[in-house]
Design a protein around this ligand. Structure first.
Ligand code: CXF
Ligand code: ZN
Length: 371
């Protein structure tokens, strides 16, 4: 079938909206009609060449939700008509990590920037007959995709798709970083540097975990206002104010129990580290170009302060566990989803959506490919 798609060709170029020939699902795969897909900064990093992918052309998009339209052979427990969220790390089910229930660490993870399907072959071709990759083995910036069942979580049918798409990446990444990586506890103090898609969800994760003080830092005042609605008790514009001094002033000179680096680690990691209390946690969720080989933290300070420095992807817990749990918490009214969406776009306006994200106008833009 011929599918309108947003395709990455070269770093620095906008996504190209073009028809892609999509082959039917093979063993273990399904055809999904994409109903909503979030504009996450990770795809922007790919478009800018800051996050390298192994090939092009490639259909980007990994924060997707939709409806199963057809099944290949050997698909278990998923039916045509099911509503699904796509997971940007597959869960193969058989590696040592998946057997421990830790699908966010699945052995297939390193292959998500390669381009092919789980079985190593391609389902997409461009009009010149070249193989086309799928970012995260998903390629959700399109009206349809073919994905492996390892990349699929079935969800309740009554959740609107634009809200469902958010629990594919930013919401578990942020909330999980607070709950599962740092393990924020009642009364703890928290600093979140960069309150975009991930960081805003760290704020709501910290609120869910019962944090006492939640300090949001960003260089965009509008995001700081939004952060208050998500649970921030204090805000700091770290373009105007010295972050370390501001956090020390808000924590009796002690620093926070947990700091989260959700934007530009080369610039924000050291201030976040120094704003953290002795023996506290520093959690990095933001991506840095692979060429960057050093971290701006003096090793002596790391030892003497006895702080823990941690990385977190997908909220450091299985998406198969988190996605249904977060949807249930949303139903109870504790996890905010609709407030995360600033604007909706048709597929043709996807580059405008990214321009709005980068200009700080959007918390989350969502593309609805059939609008
Ligand atoms: C990223 C996490 C690191 C690998 C590529 C995908 N997640 C989503 O934004
Ligand atoms: Zn993402």
């Amino acid at each position: 079938m011929r599918v309108p798609s947003a395709v990455f060709h070269r770093p620095g170029d906008p996504l190209s909206i073009e028809p892609i020939e999509l082959a039917p699902p093979q063993a273990g795969e399904l055809l999904v009609r994409i109903e909503a897909v979030g504009l996450c900064r990770t795809d922007w990093h790919v478009m800018q060449g800051e996050r390298r992918v192994a090939m092009s052309p490639m259909v980007l998009g990994h924060e997707g939700a939709g409806i199963v339209e057809a099944l290949g052979p050997q698909v278990d427990g998923i039916s045509v008509g099911d509503h699904v969220v796509l997971t940007f790390i597959p869960g193969c089910g058989t590696c040592r990590w998946c057997r421990q229930g830790r699908e966010h660490l699945c052995a297939l993870g390193p292959r998500i920037t390669q381009g092919p399907q789980v079985d190593g072959s391609y389902r997409r071709k461009d009009m010149a007959g070249r193989d086309v990759g799928a970012f995260c083995m998903i390629g959700a910036f399109a009206q349809h995709t073919v994905v492996h069942q390892a990349s699929v979580v079935v969800i309740d049918r009554d959740l609107p798709f634009d809200l469902a798409s958010l629990v594919a990446c930013g919401v578990p990444a942020g909330i999980g970083a607070a709950r599962h990586r740092a393990r924020v506890r009642t009364g703890d103090s928290v600093l979140v540097v960069g309150v975009g898609g991930d960081g805003m969800n760290v704020v709501q994760g910290a609120r869910l975990a019962g944090a006492g003080t939640i300090i949001a830092a960003d260089i965009v005042d509008r995001k700081l206002e939004w952060a208050r609605a998500f649970g921030a008790t204090h805000t700091v514009n770290n373009a105007d104010d010295d972050l370390v001094a501001a956090v020390q002033a808000l924590t009796d000179g002690v620093g926070v129990d947990h700091a989260f680096v959700c934007v530009d680690p080369p610039r924000t990691l050291l201030p976040a580290f120094r704003a953290t209390a002795k023996a506290g946690n520093v959690v990095v969720t933001a991506l840095t170009p692979a060429e960057e080989l050093t971290m701006p933290i003096p090793p002596l300070e790391l030892v003497t302060s006895q702080k823990a420095l941690m990385g977190s992807v997908y909220g450091f817990a299985s998406p198969r566990v988190q996605i249904p749990e977060l949807i249930a918490l949303h139903r109870q009214g504790t996890v905010r989803l609709s407030e995360l969406i600033t604007r909706r776009y048709p597929l043709e306006a996807i580059n405008q959506g990214y321009a709005d994200l980068i200009a700080g106008r959007n918390l989350r833009g969502v593309v609805r490919p059939w609008d």
